[in-house]
Design a protein around this ligand. Structure first.
Ligand code: XMP
Length: 524
């Protein structure tokens, strides 16, 4: 078996908003990549034995004292280095060049003229100018700029407002670009990353789904031996992929516990059982705990209290089941890489907070179990690719995220079974129409919300005084900011008609046109 971790590129994070993208692009090139904060201990960088280093962008300026710098030793190891934006500026400043704060910031598209051929840019072009020089469409986002290169460097590309847009010292294999190759706006961006990791750093393409799966299976088998493993299966992407991976690695030693809390989407429990128990042959314990959750929630309308009750009840139910499994020494979880990156920026902080108030936080200690996190190194898109390779259905892998407390936070105020039943049906109609009109995959998250207010309507010949359903659909990259989705009016009309006609108890449907911030994605 080929070890997919053997060749790796380190990304040193200077707090840039695109740092995670850099690592993702490197992995898309087939090379394992990890992100470390710029000031991580030197020993840690050394120990990971990178084939090359990328210095990310960041909000700082090298024109003041005490700025974030790469450990000077790293620049003496003879490793290839690619500095992006701030990463290039700090490399320049540290090696004796000069950087200034430009009179105006440059933000958006720019066209660079590639002048001197180098291993990084040679042969790449989106167009050529009258002199036959290559032109590349790139994405710029910077205030400072390099005005003098250090000894050994040459300028390899320029724009009108940025005369030093790319630099290279081919002998030392040091490269710098003022623009951002990691964002898709830079059309040849992936090619540039490919050039760096393959041609300049000499890495192959061992980081691919088949190799990752083989590698994970071997390490799971080695860690677990003949012990049993317990997994809380929610039906979401991450826990589903963990289930499929563990099943392949240890078969019957895995027991999944699927807790039906009565706050799931329509037919969700049956679908999970079908995919895992019937189709894949995974051992799944389905626990019908609806009544217990509803009893706990009766009379409670404060959102945070509802979350706590749902979380605690889940832990109680899960633990009761897990205690009955013999030799269970391991608890598997669907933690993924963005949850654990130690980065310089604060971009990952919120994700941690979101994760902490659901799932089985605290369970491993309470149950004295070892933790197994086979997706800990993977980005979400890699988790999906692996799920696909393991044979999980597309609809499951590309499903919108669903919060741990489920419909509990989509029924405003007190949760009652009749409200949950009504919401489930409205939500199912909404999603069915989004699938039918090929909108589902364009949307990051869509769902219906139950409003416990009554409004007047005419249903048939009678005046009705019934509930309101709100529809929400957002587009987002990171779920920290989000824009409401512009669903065509005629489709909204179909959805609204169907909900009002088919779901008894609803006489009005509204569409949520609030973006985040300030409105959150969920209503509670
Ligand atoms: P908000 O509403 O904070 O949601 O804009 C951002 C993302 O987080 C999800 N979310 C949760 N997920 N437990 C979860 O597992 C929760 O309590 C929770 N609250 C919000 C939400 O669905 C969206 O994807």
């Amino acid at each position: 078996m080929t070890n997919p971790h053997a060749e790796r590129i380190l990304v040193l994070d200077f707090g840039g908003q695109y740092t995670q993208l850099i690592a993702r692009r490197i992995r898309e090139a087939g090379v394992y990549s990890e992100i470390y904060a710029w000031d991580v201990a030197l020993e840690k960088i050394k120990a990971s034995k990178p084939f090359g280093i990328v210095l990310s962008g960041g909000p700082s300026t090298v024109t003041v004292e005490q700025t974030p710098q790469v450990h000077p030793e790293v620049l003496q190891w003879g490793l290839p280095v690619l500095g992006i934006c701030y990463g290039m500026q700090t490399m320049v400043a540290q090696l004796g060049g000069e950087v200034e704060t430009a009179s105006h910031q440059e933000y958006g598209y720019a066209q660079i003229v590639a002048e001197t051929p180098t291993a990084l840019l040679q042969g790449l072009a989106d167009a050529t100018d009258s002199a036959g020089r290559a032109l590349l469409d790139v994405w710029m986002s910077h205030g400072d700029r390099v005005i003098r290169t250090p000894a050994g460097f040459e300028v390899t590309a320029q724009t009108e407002s940025c005369p030093i847009a790319a630099i290279a010292d081919p002998e030392r294999r040091f490269y710098g670009v003022q623009f951002h190759p990691e964002v898709t706006h830079t059309r040849q961006g992936q090619q540039i990353i490919n050039r760096f990791v393959h041609d300049i750093c000499g890495c192959g393409s061992e980081w691919n789904p088949a190799n990752i799966i083989d590698d994970q299976i071997a390490s799971i088998q080695q860690a677990v031996g003949s012990d049993s493993v317990v997994l809380g299966l929610s039906g979401g992407v991450d826990s589903s992929v963990v289930a499929a991976l563990l099943h392949r690695a240890i078969g019957a030693q895995l027991t999944c516990i699927f807790v039906d809390n009565g706050l799931l989407r329509l037919h969700e429990g049956d679908q999970v059982m079908q995919t895992f128990a019937e189709h894949l042959g995974v051992h799944v314990l389905r626990v019908d705990a609806e009544q217990r959750f509803l009893d706990g929630l009766a009379g409670v309308s404060d959102p945070e209290q509802k979350r706590k009750i749902i979380g605690n009840t889940f832990i109680d139910v899960f633990q009761e089941q897990a205690d009955r499994i013999e030799d269970a020494h391991w608890l598997a979880q669907g933690t993924i890489y963005p949850d654990v990156i130690e980065s310089a920026g604060s971009t990952t902080g919120k994700a941690k907070v979101i994760k902490s108030h659901h799932n089985v936080g605290g369970l491993p200690e309470r149950m004295k179990l070892n933790l197994l996190e086979p997706l800990r190194e993977l980005f979400k898109d890699e988790v999906r690719e692996i799920g696909s390779e393991l044979g999980l259905p597309h609809t499951m892998i590309y499903r919108h995220p669903f919060p741990g407390p489920g419909l509990g936070v989509r029924i405003l105020g007190e949760v009652r079974k009749e409200f949950a039943d009504l919401l489930r049906r409205a939500d199912a109609i909404y999603l069915e129409e989004l699938y039918k009109h090929k909108l589902y995959d364009e949307i990051s998250q869509a769902f219906a919300v139950f409003l416990p207010v009554k409004s007047v309507g005419v249903v048939g010949d009678n005046r009705a005084y019934e509930y309101v359903i709100a529809l929400r659909a957002v587009e987002t990259i990171d779920f920290m900011t989000a824009k409401w989705k512009h669903i065509p009016y005629d489709i909204l009309e179909i959805i609204s008609n169907r909900i009002i006609n088919e779901v008894r108890g609803v006489s009005r449907v509204t569409y949520d046109i609030s973006s985040k911030p300030p409105a959150t994605i969920e209503w509670e």
